[in-house]
Design a protein around this ligand. Structure first.
Ligand code: ATP
Ligand code: MG
Length: 568
């Protein structure tokens, strides 16, 4: 399997930067930015962009800004600003003192707009939004000029000024760039630069009732911040001519826009609109629900930031869209946690076992490894006693072939302890359910002792009932039933029915080793044979952790990769 590579392969953007450094295009500077709109929480797709932008800056000793692209006050909020900052920091990146808001440029952008009006390159239009759409034409038909296109500069300046002071209602007027209604690129058919929005802004308050559109904001903000390489996703390829047009017409410093393929992941959606819908319709507990593909959800679930960065590295950067297997992300999480997580024993669905030949009222101290992958992790004490819990699934009365766990009359090893044999099964008289196993142990088989070499096929985790604390654990599965939730929209037009009804299982009757009581919020462990778990940062209380299963131990990616080794 691939490991973390300190010197990953060169991708096309690095080639571009290397060339620019060679020719001195930006005086040897590399300056990128990550430009989220504060209208939702960051998701794993954003992580790709964050790792790319901050990663390039650090690789080429450059800088990366964090810039909030806050031009749509009706959808944006301070809550999102704070969450985005927290998530970028958590991922391991730092913008130092380079925190910007596009809204800080509103005065400058207004002045830029006036400049274009004066050049005869922008005009105030009175067509309604519907009319503008109708006049725009289609990919096969040219658009038509607005009847308001040829007003004088003075008239346009006056109207724009009156838009600014609030004389018109929303939708009554817009400012448009005067480019070419017959352009083959729809983005160049006199795009709207400013619209009237009578909403207060989370940063500028009531100062403005006109707001610049994304296309009239983004490039100029890049220019004002003297960005060198403005990286964005492929959907913006057709916007690049407009990006360049504004900067050329304004005759200001020009960064280079470069597009790359966005990250798509199966079994989930990466659209803020859909994620917001999941939150608003309460299909999840919030943006940081552990099933969400948000960074806050993944943090709460227990994904280490290093694993997410490793994932983004392995996914790479290209020009063609594709969908990445969720199993690869989970593989990266396991790879990290296998090295870093302390081991513990937790019995999720307990079945009581009585060792009939073991003395009553005796607690025997045994030694358990904290992490076999980490020689510095040390060991801890665990206790064995006459009554134990094992996992209910680890016993079968009538097992199929190759069931190497506990069955009547057969032996199994208890990890760090003894080999036990199942002698009798006790059932509930009414329901017939197995409620207890009567076993014997072989005192000659204590783990770690030289004469303990007798081999049995299965090894189980367990807890002494005298040294077990009750705990709640939460098990998760994919939020959506099918691999491609977006393609399923036809089959399941409402979100509800495309969701996996079994994506969350909360189990309150589990037991844990007592030391886990002191685990702190966010601590991660491997519960032997059950998976990696993390202390929930919302519902845990001091001394009473609730554990989220981060990921199971079964690495489906390793299997897929073996079958088709070239797939990444
Ligand atoms: P959405 O379409 O979900 O609302 P967005 O692209 O509008 O997402 P922004 O806040 O504008 O969200 O995104 C900030 C940056 O993150 C942009 O540069 C955008 O290109 C990048 N980004 C967003 N989604 C992805 C993704 N799936 N893969 C890679 N980069 C992404
Ligand atoms: Mg966007």
């Amino acid at each position: 399997m691939q490991t973390i590579d300190s010197d990953p392969p060169i991708h096309f953007i690095q080639n571009i930067i290397a060339e620019d450094l060679k020719t001195g295009k930006y005086d040897g500077r590399v300056h990128t930015r990550f430009p989220p709109e504060p209208n939702g929480y960051l998701h794993i797709g954003h992580a790709k962009s964050i790792c790319l932008n901050f990663g390039l800056a650090s690789r080429y000793s450059g800088k990366c800004n964090l810039r909030f692209d806050d031009t749509n006050p009706s959808k944006e909020a301070e809550e999102y600003v704070r969450a985005i900052e927290e998530d970028v920091r958590w991922l391991g990146f730092d913008w130092d003192d380079r925190l910007y808001y596009a809204s800080e440029n509103f005065d400058q952008l207004y002045e830029f707009a006036v400049r274009l009006i004066k050049k005869g390159k922008a005009y105030v239009d009175a067509l309604s939004p519907e009319q503008i759409r109708a006049y725009r034409g289609t990919l096969s038909e040219p658009g038509r000029d607005s009847p308001h296109r040829d007003k004088s500069v003075e008239e346009n300046l006056d109207l724009f000024q009156r838009m600014r002071v609030g004389e018109f209602a929303e939708g009554e007027k817009v400012l448009r760039a005067k480019i070419d209604m017959a352009s083959g690129n729809l983005n160049l058919r006199d795009p709207v630069m400013y619209r009237i929005l009578k909403s207060p802004h989370h940063r500028t308050g009531d100062k403005w009732c006109i707001y610049p559109m994304y296309d009239f904001t983004h490039g100029q903000s890049d220019s004002l911040e003297r960005i060198t390489h403005s990286l964005c996703t492929l959907e913006f390829e057709d916007h690049r001519p407009l990006y360049d047009w504004f900067l050329n017409e304004l005759n200001i410093y020009r960064p280079q826009q470069i597009e790359f393929a966005r990250l798509n992941l199966n079994y989930t959606v990466l659209s803020k609109r859909k994620l917001l819908q999941l939150v608003e319709e309460k299909h999840v507990s919030g943006w940081s629900d552990p099933r969400m593909p948000t960074l806050s959800g993944m943090r709460r679930r227990g994904y280490p930031p290093e694993a997410i960065r490793d994932f983004c590295e392995r996914v790479g950067v290209s020009k063609s869209n594709s969908t990445v297997d969720f199993a690869l992300l989970e593989h990266c999480v396991r790879d990290n946690l296998n090295r870093t997580a302390l081991r513990a024993m937790v019995v999720v669905r307990p079945l009581k076992v009585v060792i009939e030949n073991y003395p009553e009222d005796h607690a025997e101290e045994l030694t358990a490894e904290n992490n076999p992958e980490d020689s510095t992790a040390g060991s801890r004490k665990i206790f064995f006693s006459r009554t134990l819990y094992i996992e209910r699934d680890d016993f079968m009365e009538n097992p199929p072939a190759k069931f190497f766990r506990l069955v009547p009359g057969k032996e199994v090893r208890l990890k760090y302890a003894y080999i036990i044999k199942c002698e009798r099964v006790i059932k509930d008289e009414n329901t017939g359910d197995v409620i207890e196993l009567r076993c014997t142990y072989d005192p000659e088989t204590k783990s770690g002792h030289s004469h303990a070499s007798r081999k049995v096929k299965g090894t189980l985790h367990w807890l002494a009932t005298t040294h077990a604390e009750p705990v709640e654990v939460r098990l998760y599965d994919h939020l959506f039933r099918n691999e491609n939730p977006t393609a399923d929209e036809k089959e399941y037009p409402d979100l509800q029915s495309s969701l996996n009804p079994d994506s969350l299982e909360s189990i309150r009757g589990a037991f844990m080793e007592p030391f886990l009581k002191t685990a702190a919020s966010g601590d991660r462990f491997q519960f032997l044979r059950m998976g990696y778990f993390c202390v929930d940062n919302e519902s845990s209380a001091p001394g009473a952790p609730v554990f989220n299963r981060t990921v199971t131990l079964r690495d489906t990616w390793a299997k897929i990769a073996k079958k088709s080794p070239r797939r990444r």
